[in-house]
Design a protein around this ligand. Structure first.
Ligand code: NCD
Length: 309
């Protein structure tokens, strides 16, 4: 594996190898010893972000540092992109400064594959348009695997704005390869036209989806990509498709809930579900667990792609 631009087409053995290494790094992070083998000492990683990010950028940076690598941060608004520089010129110039790998976030679908085609360095896709976000899906899958002890046979429902979601696509590819059953649920206007071609069940009733599922991945309503007309109003969306205690208590108390963040509180997820801490035997919110697992997954991906083994 030279690049990680998506989970589409990645065999189960590669996914499992990444998840096993992630699980080892996760155990290290939970011990809080703060030290790891500096397998990437003296390596430099360019974090090239053309879109805003909190979790993804910070966790790639921490992951790189945990393994001894240095990071260089690039923010489009503060770069020569504002002077009209092209993406390929930006990448070629950073490459000429001898950076060892690129972590790229870009608003255009396909940007990561494009960069991979013009550089000899490993490229990791940190989200490209509505295409893929492979490390987010890996961290979601790791979170589910740690909770259930397996992925094969799990029923995972993905709720909300599927149409604009690179997270949904990467999760569908990765989870299906590992043998999970997937359902998507949302208003018809926020489901891609040929979604059943991806081999997923489709629910427009949230009650049916909750009753079917073993776990839920709730997605943010991508207000910056949806330019209107997809939903009647935020209020109606949240009363029909927002995940609330009322719906969970009525249908399924034990449903682990994931969300990639950032969350729109009280729109796709209620405050109480997002922050829920339950007594043993009931499922709590997995959101913070996901964030910790994100560092572990990014350590594993950087290690695998940059260590050359
Ligand atoms: C996601 C993204 O940027 O694709 N967030 C993230 O990486 N944690 C999902 C989102 O923006 O809704």
């Amino acid at each position: 594996m030279k690049h990680l631009t998506g989970l589409y087409g990645l065999p189960a053995s590669s996914l499992e190898e990444l998840l096993d290494l992630s699980a080892r790094y996760r155990a290290g992070l939970l011990r809080e010893s703060g030290t790891f083998d500096p397998v990437l000492a003296n390596r430099r990683i360019a974090l090239v972000f053309f879109e805003n990010s909190t979790r993804t950028r910070f966790s790639f940076e921490l992951a790189a540092r945990n393994l001894g690598a240095g990071t260089l941060s690039f923010t489009a608004a503060a770069s020569s992109v504002t002077k009209g520089e092209t993406l390929s010129d930006t990448i070629r110039n950073l490459e000429a400064m001898k950076v060892d790998a690129f972590v790229l976030r870009h608003p255009s679908s396909g940007a990561a594959d494009f960069v991979a085609s013009i550089t000899g360095r490993p490229v990791i896709n940190a989200g490209d348009g509505t295409h893929e976000h492979p490390t987010q899906a890996l961290l979601d899958i790791l979170t589910l695997r740690e909770y259930f002890g397996r992925i094969a046979g799990l029923r995972v429902m993905i709720l909300g704005d599927i149409l604009h979601s690179r997270v949904a696509r990467s999760n569908i590819f990765g989870l299906k390869t590992l043998g999970a059953e997937i359902a998507v649920c949302g208003p018809a206007t926020l489901l891609p036209g040929r979604i059943d071609g991806l081999g997923v069940k489709v629910f427009t009733s949230i009650d049916e989806a909750i009753s079917w599922a073993d776990a839920a991945i709730v997605l943010r309503l991508q207000l910056e990509r949806a330019t209107g007309g997809y939903i009647p109003s935020l209020q109606e969306y949240s009363s029909s498709y927002g995940l609330t205690d009322e719906k969970l208590d009525r249908l399924r108390k034990h449903l682990p809930v994931l969300h990639p963040g950032p969350i729109n509180r009280e729109i796709e997820i209620s405050n109480h579900v997002a922050d829920r801490i339950q007594p043993p035997g009931y499922s709590s919110s997995m959101l913070m667990e996901q964030v910790t697992n994100g560092v572990a997954v990014r350590m594993a991906v950087l290690h695998r792609l940059m260590d050359g083994r």
